[in-house]
Design a protein around this ligand. Structure first.
Ligand code: DX5
Ligand code: ZN
Length: 223
């Protein structure tokens, strides 16, 4: 099953509520919310108060991607804001295992992200308790970059390991994904697709979302 998660980073923030509602009617499954602190990544986006405002207008599954240095300090705020999934970067500070447990104790799905230079093996000690692994397909920090295809090798290795362990963990990919290259993601084992500019930059988001989903269905994991 493929899930499409439009990244609001690429939306028109002067009409945030309308943009989010538009995604829901365009058939999105998740809503990807990129939180950046200007320290973990060289960019600043938005925080929990924006997320809780958007929560009031949307029933989409909120997929919160934390690109912040000290996530432990803010987990409560994102849980209260209405996150359904919280993704931490394994490269961030703090006790990763404890943070995952904390998220799950609050009935929120837990996910770990790896930046392009981080090997996939880094997530293996946590894999059994994760709902999702996010394999970054660009360096985190900015929308509109080009996908780094080599990162997909990590999706393949992770999908094999997840299957071997009998788990149902989702694999999300994020960065530079569009209608033309999304098949590479699904055939390498990813099943949650984040796309910012490809979806919000189109006048026909509904058709981009359905084309992406169809491409993934046509190109399942090739093993
Ligand atoms: C990058 C963010 C992405 C970004 C994707 O750090 O994590 O979610 O918004 O944007 P596109 O699809 O435009 O590369
Ligand atoms: Zn993201």
């Amino acid at each position: 099953m493929t899930f499409i998660s439009p990244s609001v980073l690429a939306c028109d923030f002067s009409h945030l509520a309308d943009e989010v509602i538009k995604m829901e009617s365009a058939g999105a499954d998740y809503l990807h919310l990129d939180v950046m602190d200007g320290h973990f990544v060289p960019n600043i986006s938005f925080g929990p108060s924006v997320i809780s405002s958007v929560r009031k207008v949307s029933r989409l599954l909120f997929d919160v991607h934390l690109m912040i240095s000290e996530p432990a300090k803010y987990l409560d705020n994102f849980i209260r804001a209405g996150a359904d999934i919280i993704t931490l970067h394994i490269e961030s500070e703090g006790n990763i295992g404890e943070m995952i447990d904390y998220i799950k104790e609050h009935d929120v799905r837990a996910s770990l992200a790896i930046s392009p230079k981080t090997p996939y093996e880094a997530v293996l000690p946590y894999l059994d308790k994760l709902d999702m692994v996010l394999v970054m397909t660009v360096e985190p920090g900015f929308g509109g970059q080009k996908m780094i295809p080599e990162t997909l090798d990590k999706c393949r290795a992770l999908r094999r390991e997840i299957t071997k362990r009998g788990l149902k963990t989702n694999i999300e990919v994020d960065g530079g994904i569009n209608e033309e290259n999304v098949w590479l993601c699904s055939s390498n084992g990813a099943n949650v697709i984040v796309a910012g500019s490809a979806i919000f930059g189109s006048h026909k988001p509904r058709s981009v979302i359905s084309k992406m989903r169809a491409e993934c269905d046509l190109h399942p994991f090739a093993g």
